[in-house]
Design a protein around this ligand. Structure first.
Ligand SMILES: [Zn+2]
Length: 181
């Protein structure tokens, strides 16, 4: 009988210790009036590498709420129809009940001697501008190396973004992180 009770207790203790804690992320998206309509309906995604751990749509008032288990570092992206996956920032693991976030869309870019700094690796040596509306020239066909360099548009390297244009589309590509931002 004693052994039986002990087993039950062990199972109960293990059962209580294992569940992962969910954190509610309450976000506010800051934007200018010009882009207000584009922001509504954008998807915010939380990702660990390519795995989506949380996703929700931005509401009319510019807010969003996502519940996720943040036991690992994860990246925030936004996307929509006609707007490619755009990296926003990386969030450190947390076990808090709620976390407030403020995102700026379109984002502001930090520069270093004219070169844009990647918000993920904080370096500028691997960033190339994304050019939209190129007609017949394809510079990068995939996000993987080797990259073709194109000597044109006054820049050594550019990333062909396709023909879609919108203010909130990503404007740069980091070859180190393979992200558009
Ligand atoms: Zn980078």
């Amino acid at each position: 009988m004693k052994t039986f009770t002990l087993i039950i207790l062990t199972i109960l203790t293990l059962g209580v210790a294992t569940p992962k804690k969910e954190t509610i992320f309450i976000g506010t998206v800051a934007t200018d009036t010009k882009n207000k309509d584009i922001i509504f309906g954008l998807y915010i995604e939380f990702r660990v590498d390519t795995l989506v751990i949380g996703r929700n749509i931005i509401q009319k008032d510019g807010t969003f709420k996502i519940s996720a288990t943040a036991d690992k570092e994860f990246d925030i992206y936004y996307r929509a129809i006609g707007v490619g996956n755009t990296y926003v920032q990386t969030i450190k693991p947390t076990d808090k009940d709620t976390v407030s976030l403020t995102l700026k869309v379109p984002k502001e870019y930090k520069k270093h001697f004219g070169k844009t700094i990647c918000p993920k690796c904080n370096k500028h040596d691997q960033t190339v501008p994304i050019i939209y509306g190129l007609k017949t020239i394809v510079i990068y066909t995939t996000d993987q190396p080797p990259y073709t360099t194109y000597d044109g548009y006054g820049m050594k390297e550019i990333y062909d973004g396709g023909c879609v244009t919108s203010d909130i589309n990503p404007k740069f590509f980091c070859k180190r992180d393979k992200i558009k931002f």
